[in-house]
Design a protein around this ligand. Sequence first.
Ligand code: DQA
Length: 148
Amino acid sequence: MGKSVLVVNGPNLNMLGTREPEIYGKLTLADIQRACEDRANARDLGLGFMQSNHEGELVSAIQGALGTHDGIVINAAAYTHTSVAIHDALKAVGLPVVEVHISNTHAREEFRHQSYIAPIAKGIICGFGIDSYLLAIDALDNIFQQRN
Ligand code: DQA
């Protein structure tokens, strides 16, 4: 059976392209989705991709990954730094998780240095723009294939 990855995107990422382009670049979330689909296809993976501005919807999407996906790539955006609910949902589901960020959160304000996702993630990729997502898909595939 082919493996499948769910990519979860949190608040304000729907505004990529026009939102603070000096930090996040000019690519839109649709561009990121296309690039993730291409990478998943190249690696024979299924791909789900979602975005919500609502914490509860993100929790429900994570819960829904159980039985439908084999790993999660998550850019929880601002909820990274605040959400016990998303931490608990990821822990409850128990799938391998890669935390991603477009920007290098550690080179920014101090409130972005704390992550509620990091303690339950396999690893964290930040600061590489769209490549953060593609590297995370590669990392999950390596985990699936037990190549790491
Ligand atoms: C972000 C970094 C977060 O601190 C911020 O709240 C975001 C985007 C990133 O991808 O760089 O919304 O997750």
